[in-house]
Structure formats: structure tokens, C-alpha cells
Design a protein around this ligand. Structure first.
Ligand SMILES: C[S@@+](CC[C@H](N)C(=O)[O-])C[C@H]1O[C@@H](n2cnc3c(N)ncnc32)[C@H](O)[C@@H]1O
Length: 300
């Protein structure tokens, strides 16, 4: 077995350690550098997301993992009405700041930002759901932050059911995850990113934790070169030029994830999967999978 694979009988301490992974504010701060200029989402990403939402005539979008606000801001700028939620106040701080700075623009003045957790999402924002959103998005490999504390993915199922309740009949869920099948097989994570324009990522070190013989946790150590940022006088980063932050993820297998979606949205909904924004017959081993689920318009 490769050196970066660890085996254990239980998730143990790791579960406690990853509950609010952005709480110390370090990852949130470096995340802003990692994702680069908010105006420079990769063209492929923007064309895919905005194109799909327009094609489906979506207007009202719920971003359930808004983080520092990068997707939400892009969608506001493209004329969508956006409600944004996230569980981390350290990440939300940046979205709130962007809203404040651009409050004179009507779209930003109307932008709703709330703190909410996927496990209680529907109850947290029921008053905002109304007849449901045209689309719910959960992007940037966010969903994999939810770990499998009980070994039966009950929390992931609960979160997906909450997402389903927020989507109107005939509406969409767009949710993604890294290609964990490949990460598990190779023990490596591609540092090339299809979403952002990361000028500073030098490496992503990968560890896979096995619990009772099954891959249960992937830990990614992001190495970010901040030397050029430190030259700017108004931004204070640690003295070292290489900053490191660690995030942990549940390694979703493509097939199992697809089945979980079907359990939450039912067999009358429709399911499509893209790999790095291409259909699966166009790409062999993508870095990211994006699931597009169209909720059945018939209520049974
Ligand atoms: C990797 S960041 C991505 C943010 C943004 N979508 C992007 O692409 O930059 C993941 C976000 O998911 C949020 N998150 C993780 N678990 C959550 C949960 N249970 N409920 C709500 N948000 C959660 C984190 O706080 C974090 O801001």
C-alpha cells in the first residue's frame, strides 16, 4: 500500500477535527488567494454554469455552499436572483463584505446571505424557499466536506433530501465532487483546477484514510505560494512565502453518489453527469464530476 494511505478501524478524532474546517479563518483567508480574482472564473466554468441555468430558464438560485461568494457573485453579475448560504461565518465574512462594498448595485442590495447548515437547511431557510428555487447549486467540491460519521452516509442522505426540498418541481440541483475514484486508485490529486485560475497553487498533497478496509477520508494539503501576495502592502499574510492549509473530504464514488441522488429525488427525476463540463463520452478521467438532477415536475 502506498505511503499516503492510512488504515484505521474508526474515524475517531478525525471526525471532531473536521466539523468546521474553516473555523480558524486560515483556510478562508488563503482560499481567497487560491481561487484568484473573483472576476476570472475559468471561461469554461462560467459558460457551463450560466449557459445551463439560462437554457433551463432558471431565475432564482440558491447557492448552498457560497463560501466567500465566488459563484453567487458571478450569478448576480449575470442577472440571476441569488440566495446564498454557508455554515462557516469565516467564509461568509468575505461574501458579506462584497455585498456591502457593492450595495449600491440593485442586484447586490437584494442579495440574501444567511448562515445555514445542510443538515438543517430546509428548517433554517423555509421562509425563503417559497415554492422552491429554480436551481440549487452546491459546487467547488463542497459537499464532500460532509463526512460519513456513522458509516452509512445517513448525513449525506439527509443533506440531499434538504436540497431536494428547496428545489421547485421541474427545477434543478447542480452538485459536484472531485474524481475520488481516481484519487483512491492513484493516491494523487490533480493540482490543475477547472474552476478557478489559481496562479499560486504549487501542490496538493493527498492522504487517503481507510476505515475497516474502506476509503473513508481524503485529506488534501494545499500548498499555496504567497510570495507575490506578500509584496502587496495592504494584505498581511504569514511571513513564509509558502502557506499550507488542510481540508478533509469524504471520497464519493461516482456510482454510489448517483444512487444517493436518486434516493433523494426519486426515480421520476432525471440525472445527467458531466466530467470537467463535458459529457462523459467526451472525457475519460476528469478531475471533477458535476451532477445535474432535474426534479420531477409531478408531485406524487
Ligand atoms: C470548498 S468551499 C467552496 C465554496 C465555493 N462554492 C467556492 O467554490 O469557492 C466549501 C464550502 O462549503 C461549506 N460547508 C461545508 N460543510 C457545510 C455544511 N454542512 N453546511 C453548509 N455549508 C457547508 C464550507 O463552510 C465552505 O465554505
Amino acid at each position: 500500500m502506498a505511503e499516503n494511505m492510512i488504515t484505521t478501524r474508526s474515524l475517531g478524532v478525525a471526525v471532531e477535527g473536521v466539523k468546521d474546517q474553516y473555523a480558524d479563518g486560515k483556510a478562508a483567508k488563503v482560499w481567497e488567494v487560491f481561487i484568484g480574482d473573483k472576476n476570472s472564473r475559468t471561461e469554461n466554468y462560467k459558460n457551463f454554469l450560466v449557459g445551463l441555468l439560462r437554457e433551463k430558464r432558471c431565475k432564482r438560485i440558491l447557492d448552498v455552499a457560497c463560501g466567500t461568494g465566488i459563484d453567487s457573485i458571478m450569478l448576480l453579475e449575470e442577472g440571476f436572483e441569488v440566495v446564498s448560504v454557508d455554515a462557516s461565518d469565516k467564509m461568509l465574512k468575505y461574501a458579506l463584505k462584497a455585498r456591502w462594498n457593492r450595495r449600491k448595485e440593485p442586484a447586490f442590495d437584494k442579495w440574501i446571505i444567511e448562515e445555514a447548515n445542510w443538515l438543517t437547511l430546509f428548517d433554517d431557510i423555509e421562509d425563503l424557499v417559497g415554492d422552491g428555487f429554480d436551481a440549487v447549486i452546491c459546487l467547488g467540491n463542497s459537499f464532500a466536506h460532509l463526512l460519513d460519521s456513522y458509516g452509512d452516509q445517513r448525513e449525506q442522505s439527509k443533506a440531499l433530501r434538504n436540497f431536494e426540498k428547496c428545489v421547485k418541481p421541474g427545477g434543478f440541483l447542480l452538485i459536484d465532487h472531485r474524481n475520488y475514484d481516481s484519487i483512491i486508485d492513484t493516491g494523487e490529486t490533480a493540482s490543475k483546477c477547472i474552476y478557478y485560475n489559481p496562479k499560486h497553487t504549487t501542490d496538493i498533497r493527498t492522504s487517503v484514510l481507510y476505515v475497516s478496509g474502506k476509503p473513508a477520508l481524503v485529506t488534501l494539503d494545499y500548498l499555496i505560494d504567497l510570495s507575490s501576495e506578500n509584496e502587496k502592502s495592504d494584505i498581511i499574510y504569514p511571513d513564509e512565502s509558502i502557506s499550507e492549509f488542510r481540508l478533509s473530504y469524504y471520497p464519493h464514488r461516482l456510482k454510489v453518489f448517483r444512487q444517493m441522488l436518486e434516493k433523494a429525488f426519486g426515480e421520476n427525476s432525471s440525472y445527467r453527469i458531466y466530467g470537467d463540463f463535458k459529457t462523459l463520452d467526451q472525457i475519460e478521467s476528469p478531475n471533477f464530476y458535476i451532477h445535474v438532477t432535474e426534479k420531477s415536475s409531478t408531485i406524487f
